[in-house]
Ligand binder design. Structure first.
Ligand code: SF4
Ligand code: SF4
Length: 163
């Protein structure tokens, strides 16, 4: 009887495979709001301050994090009201993902928009929100919060050019 049950389950699984995840079957402009929000891997990289050279237009990335970023958790401390507090916080959407040059290569939105799928460490793939940190993708171990003294010396916090 046990053998028969196993055989029946196996047959059922073969005819009803797990459907592919939404990020592999939908374009990013087809995602629901919930799906869109769940794509963020929680790396915090987009919350690092950038500075632009007024003469050349070159943009440089720093390791200073927006003051609303909880660096330890890599989460915005006031996500719902962030635009009321930080007027220059960008709203990321399907219409501008590919136009924002400073989004990191690892950003899930950029990866999906470019057809690269999600990496093993993405929480939606691993099932574990810590893997983005364990893989060294997040800013948790090296970003520092902005404060007036640091911002006054922001050039000392540059870690690279973007774009
Ligand atoms: S860089 Fe992309 S994946 Fe990382 S926190 Fe920002 S929006 Fe989310
Ligand atoms: S306001 Fe929040 S989401 Fe926007 S850059 Fe700052 S920490 Fe990131």
């Amino acid at each position: 009887m046990i053998g028969a049950a196993v055989a029946a389950d196996a047959g059922s699984a073969a005819s009803d495979p797990t459907p592919p995840p939404f990020w592999e079957t939908k374009r990013i402009d087809e995602l629901s709001q919930r799906e869109w929000e769940s794509l963020c891997d929680g790396c915090g990289q987009c919350c690092l301050l950038k500075i632009e050279d007024e003469d050349t237009g070159d943009v440089f990335l720093t390791r200073l994090a927006c003051r609303l970023l909880d660096v330890g958790r890599c989460r915005c401390k006031d996500y719902t009201n962030r635009h009321n507090v930080m007027s220059d916080c960008i709203t990321l959407g399907p219409e501008n993902v590919e136009a924002i040059a400073w989004l990191p290569e690892s950003c899930a939105y950029r990866r999906v928009a470019e057809g690269r799928g999600l990496a093993w460490w993405h929480p939606l793939v691993s099932g574990d929100p810590d893997t983005v940190h364990q893989a060294g993708v997040s800013v948790r171990d090296w970003a520092v919060g902005e404060d007036p003294a640091r911002v006054a010396n922001i050039q000392h916090f540059i870690i690279g050019e973007v774009g």
